[in-house]
Design a binder for this molecule. Structure first.
Ligand SMILES: Cc1cc2nc3c(=O)[nH]c(=O)nc-3n(C[C@H](O)[C@H](O)[C@H](O)COP(=O)(O)O)c2cc1C
Length: 171
């Protein structure tokens, strides 16, 4: 399998999304980065926040060929830590010394893992990822959505999880 890293954001590390992602990461043996622990601060037009956690995180991400973005649906959108990280990708377009890193993102394959409380993934949630990947030239390779209404239990969404693992393996 291509080398893979997961970027995770949720208000709880060991909730529904964390459980689904842990299962996949354990099966396919890839690392999970919790964006809540990365000190990525909000986008700053003055770029006065360059010493925060964003640039080290981007360097780490660029060591991998596949990126899994994992988050629950919160009000048809992503949790703030995921949105903050995505906003900061703007730095890669604006700062001349980071543009090469932005170009390197174009070679990456991206996937989305989401949980919510309904059967169908919120269109606005998945569109945000697809449109952002398209704008940045990142290849969108598919998503997994698990309905966790009532809480994730072992076995929930099992068939979809297996299919998603095959996708990540490139099968
Ligand atoms: C603040 C908040 C907003 C939510 N908004 C939605 C929503 O818009 N649509 C939905 O289907 N579920 C929504 N849910 C339910 C969560 O998406 C669902 O319980 C998810 O599995 C939680 O994952 P977590 O344990 O990683 O936080 C929301 C839950 C919370 C706490």
């Amino acid at each position: 399998m291509l080398s893979t890293i997961a970027l995770f954001a949720s208000s709880r590390r060991h909730g529904n999304t964390g459980a689904v992602l842990n299962k996949i990461a354990a099966e396919l043996r890839f690392g999970v980065v919790d964006l809540c622990e990365c000190n990525v601060t909000p986008y700053d037009y003055a770029h006065a926040n360059r010493a925060d956690g964003f640039e080290p995180l981007i360097c780490k991400i660029l060591e991998h060929e596949q990126i899994v973005f994992a988050a629950p649906v919160y009000w048809y959108s992503v949790p703030p830590q995921m949105k903050t990280f995505i906003d900061r990708l703007t730095d890669l377009l604006e700062l001349p010394d980071l543009r090469e890193k932005g170009r390197q993102l174009r070679a990456k394959r991206a996937f989305v893992v989401a949980t919510s409380g309904v059967d169908a993934i919120a269109p606005a949630f998945i569109s945000m990822f697809r449109d952002t990947f398209a704008y940045l030239g990142i290849q969108y390779c598919g998503h997994l959505h698990v309905n966790c209404d009532g809480g994730y239990k072992d076995g929930t969404g099992e068939r979809d999880i297996k299919a998603f693992e095959s996708l990540l393996r490139g099968q």
